[in-house]
Design a protein around this ligand. Structure first.
Ligand SMILES: [Zn+2]
Length: 227
């Protein structure tokens, strides 16, 4: 993976994005311009940033090798101000504090790190004392570094799963000619299942059926049938 900066909000975890976007909208409504310039980070990029001011020249950019950015639950933003000719970034603490005071991130399920003004993250990622490693939170939520889960905005609501009663039954054709067998795999070998009905439970899972024809017989794979 790369050390390049990623500012794609689609690379944020849905839980964080669902909190961040309403906050950004409220900030804009409040008359401020706040622009996200970094979202997801690879472990390689976090190490690259950590090296600045330590093993390579430059300012200290981060205090951790274990960042909420690596799990898509943090974003860095800059405050833009009009200087009379153009919108420019105002990196002063005062500029950030104006925005954060006008629209408190805490009201949106977000939290700030006092020592890093551009940084907004999902509340609780570093524990109540802000001292816990993000990886601990990530492990508890089944997330791994270097894996983008991703999100959309506004959130897409999946259509409700059909209930079994909503699926119309397809009648069998009794007059189908018996010219070959339909062989299905069972634990004790292939079995002729011709004329039987395959009922898939409505679980939302996708079952792939692999069929192969040979000598007039059809071999159906993908599921293990009862003997
Ligand atoms: Zn950050």
């Amino acid at each position: 993976m790369s050390t390049a900066q990623d500012r794609d909000r689609n690379h944020l975890l849905p839980a964080f994005r669902n909190a961040l976007e309403p906050w950004l909208a409220a900030v804009e409504q409040g008359g401020y311009r706040y622009q996200i310039y970094e979202t997801f980070r690879t472990a390689e990029r976090q190490a690259y940033l950590y090296a600045s001011g330590r093993t390579r020249p430059g300012p200290v950019l981060t205090y951790t090798l274990d960042s909420a950015h690596e799990y898509g639950v943090a974003a860095d933003g800059m405050v833009l101000v009009w200087n009379g000719q153009a919108w420019v970034a105002d990196w002063s603490a005062a500029a950030y504090n104006r925005v954060y005071a006008a629209v408190p991130p805490a009201r949106y399920g977000l939290e700030l790190l006092g020592w890093e003004r551009p940084h907004v993250q999902l509340r609780g990622v570093n524990g109540a004392d802000l001292q816990q490693p993000a990886s601990r939170w990530a492990t508890a939520h089944g997330l791994r570094a270097n894996v983008i889960v991703g999100s959309t905005w506004p959130p897409v609501t999946p259509p409700p799963a059909p209930t079994p009663a909503a699926i119309p039954a397809v009648p069998l054709t009794p007059a189908m000619p018996a010219t070959g067998r339909v062989l299905v795999p069972t634990r004790s070998g292939w079995r002729d299942a011709r004329g039987e009905r395959l009922v898939l439970p409505v679980t939302g899972e996708t079952v792939t059926l692999n069929a192969q024809a040979a000598n007039g017989d059809v071999y159906l794979g993908g599921v293990v049938w009862p003997d």
